[in-house]
Design a protein around this ligand. Structure first.
Ligand SMILES: [Zn+2]
Length: 246
């Protein structure tokens, strides 16, 4: 068995210089620095509240949970839910549920989104089992998203990068699988706004959510098959010229 540890690090941004600041006392700082020097990783990270990375090397594993403190006011008092979510991904990793890893390539994001869509089902189940109330944080994020969509013009998808489009797709799949008009009063409003802003994602969201619904994903074989199917679907969608950003 390999040595393995979890490193939780709060990542700050120097707003004036627009630079990432790694805390001086962060564990495994040189390793962390390598990731933040990668523009593809950084481009994703700035949109996230938190990220998790598993570094494999020198006979050991380091699981990083990185909080993007530049966005801390967006989660406010819900930090537990943010961290629990990222720990959920690590929990799946150490239990040998494979997920596509970030490989530094521009299209890694599609694989990551596919992995998230599948893993989030299991993470939600586990958080429920542990009594972690993740709904307030989740709904808070979706409401912010909803308001931004409603304030925006029609068809903003044409101008956003394909990685962001896939992130929206995963968000939509998550909502379809984990929320309803009964559990969230703005659910129908969210559906309408998403369908208006991302008409090309509506069918894939329904299709992928339908695929994942009712599958016993804790079964490793079914999990792996589902992951492969979602990845294929998303890769094909991301490669369709009319869906790519110019
Ligand atoms: Zn996630």
């Amino acid at each position: 068995m390999r040595a393995s540890k979890v490193v939780l690090a709060r990542i700050y941004t120097d707003r004036e210089r627009n630079e990432i600041v790694l805390p001086a006392d962060a564990d495994e700082r040189p390793l962390l620095r390598q990731y933040f020097l990668n523009p593809a990783f950084l481009a994703e990270f700035i949109h996230m509240h938190a990220a998790n990375l598993t570094h494999i090397g020198e006979g050991r594993l380091v699981h990083f949970v990185l909080l993007n403190m530049a966005r801390a006011e967006e989660w406010g008092a819900e930090e537990e839910a943010v961290i629990a979510h990222e720990f959920g991904h690590i929990w799946l990793f150490v239990n040998n549920y494979p997920a596509p890893a970030f490989e530094g390539k521009a299209d890694s994001c599609v694989a990551i989104q596919a992995g998230d869509a599948v893993q989030h089902v299991l993470i939600r189940d586990e958080m429920r089992r542990r009594g972690i109330d993740f709904i307030p944080y989740w709904v808070r994020n979706l409401r912010a998203q909803l308001e931004a969509l409603e304030a925006g013009g029609p068809e903003p998808f044409r101008s956003i990068p394909v990685c962001r489009q896939m992130a929206m797709l995963t968000q939509w799949i998550d909502a379809r699988l984990g929320l309803s008009a009964e559990s969230w009063e703005d659910y129908e409003r969210y559906e309408l706004a998403m369908a208006r802003s991302f008409p090309h994602l509506r069918e894939p969201a329904g299709e992928i959510a339908g695929m994942l619904r009712g599958i016993e994903l804790s079964d490793l074989q079914r999990y792996t098959a589902a992951l492969r199917a979602v990845l294929l679907k998303m890769s094909a969608l991301a490669a369709t010229p009319s869906h790519s950003a110019n």
